[in-house]
Design a protein around this ligand. Structure first.
Ligand code: PLP
Length: 405
């Protein structure tokens, strides 16, 4: 894994003579040269819109776009028709919410079951339906070790629960949720099941067919792809029935002044000019991930997490809020330091040690503010991180916490 660091130009960057240590991977990942090159090549050698012109440049761009599209559906074990490019995971979840909403899927009195560890992206969209008085949101809580309370989930789901929507892995407490099991419970209850895979897809193999899910949302930019990329994978049978929620060019089959019909899948759900370079770059990103191997990536990250858990628990005034077992978690350490506010600690780490961590509410305010109303810090790992970088973090935390005693 050490070898592949050279593929990421940012890792060679020095500030004040020191290498940057990037531990903010849960927010977005660094990009390998192969992705940067693919994006540059489109702009420098062949910019054209897709699925429109019949000239050479447009043909070339369309082929590249569709090849990347196919690669993505393959990567996720989905059918070609089941993959829709979005600008991020948030847009993917919002698309599902709006499609269900405008298709009158929910009836007054229905319920949506979420968990207390959801990112705002899998909470705020559903609140719209609650505000409209259509559904009631219910939440499954956590056990003391930050795992999901499955007993509570089974108790809360009932015939009124029309949708269960959960994070595959939490972006704060790091827990990996048993999504196959949750999917089975949802299916037995005839509920739709959505997985927010923003924190799982970059780190572990995801096979949509095996997940018991109707929808899977992910963030391409967190898995080496360009900014502004994400995706929605959804069962073909559902997509055929669902109403698209964005209308215009590309997504139509034919248009009259007063009515239109829709394009075939997946294009029915990609209205307007898509993020062409994004898709091409994301295709290269999954090519890269496949080359390294998702199993190898997960193994490496588990080793890093185990190491970080051990070392960080030894720092006297640092407290961790995540499962202490690397098998149960997604390579994220959520922590606080006694007497130091989260942003101050993150700033100090950045200023004095060139270490990038995230601080604050982490877009999961209901849960994080319950743990600490002033916010927490988060170090999150990816394939290019090393134990030596974790040593640097531990060293810096020891020095900083000593001086704030
Ligand atoms: C679990 C989870 N869901 C959704 C999102 C939203 O992703 P995006 O920023 O790509 O919309 C994030 C981003 O951090 C996340 O961690």
């Amino acid at each position: 894994m050490q070898e592949l660091r050279k593929d990421f130009p940012v890792l060679n960057r020095e500030v004040d003579g020191k290498k940057v240590i990037y531990f903010d991977n849960a927010a977005t990942s660094l990009k390998p040269q192969i992705v940067i090159d693919a994006v540059n090549e489109y702009y420098s050698e062949g910019t054209a819109n897709i699925h429109r012109g019949i000239h050479k440049l447009s043909e070339e761009a369309s082929i590249k776009y569709e090849k990347a599209h196919d690669k993505l559906s393959e990567f996720f074990g989905a059918k070609k028709e089941e993959f829709i490019l979005t600008k991020n995971a948030t847009e993917a979840i919002n698309s599902v919410m709006y499609s269900l909403f405008i298709g009158d899927f929910f009836q007054k009195g229905d319920k949506i079951l979420l968990t207390e560890m959801e990112h705002h992206a899998n909470l705020v969209p559903w609140q719209l339906l609650e505000r409209k008085g259509i559904v009631k949101l219910e939440f499954v809580g956590l056990n003391k070790d930050f795992t999901l309370n499955m007993k509570e989930l089974e108790e809360k789901i009932d015939s009124k629960t029309k949708l269960v929507s959960v994070a595959h892995a939490s972006n704060t407490v790091a827990t990996i949720n048993p999504v196959k099991e949750i999917g089975k419970i949802a299916k037995d209850n005839k509920s739709l099941f959505l997985i927010d895979g923003a924190q799982s897809a970059p780190h572990t193999e995801v096979n949509f067919k095996k997940l018991n899910a109707d929808f899977f949302a992910f963030a391409g930019h967190k898995m080496l792809g360009p900014s502004g990329t994400g995706g929605l994978i959804a069962k073909k049978e559902l997509l055929e029935k669902l109403e698209p929620f964005q209308y215009g060019g590309s997504m139509i089959h034919s248009v009259e002044f007063h009515k239109s019909s829709w394009n075939e899948l997946p294009w029915k759900f990609e209205a307007g000019t898509p993020h062409i370079t994004g898709m091409i770059g994301l295709g290269k990103a999954v090519e890269y991930l496949n080359k390294v191997g998702m199993e190898k990536i997960r193994k490496h990250e588990k080793e890093l997490t185990k190491y970080a858990l051990e070392k960080m628990q030894e720092i006297p005034s640092v407290k961790l809020y995540c499962p202490k077992d690397e098998e149960k978690q997604a390579g994220i350490i959520l922590f606080e330091a006694k007497n130091i506010e989260a942003h101050d600690l993150a700033l100090t780490l950045d200023e004095f040690a060139n270490i990038a961590v995230r601080s604050g509410m982490h877009c999961a305010e209901p849960l994080v503010s319950k743990i600490n109303p002033k916010g927490l810090d988060r170090a999150s790992f990816y394939l290019y991180n090393t134990k030596e970088e974790i040593d640097e973090l531990v060293k810096a935390l020891n020095t900083i916490t000593e001086s704030f005693k």
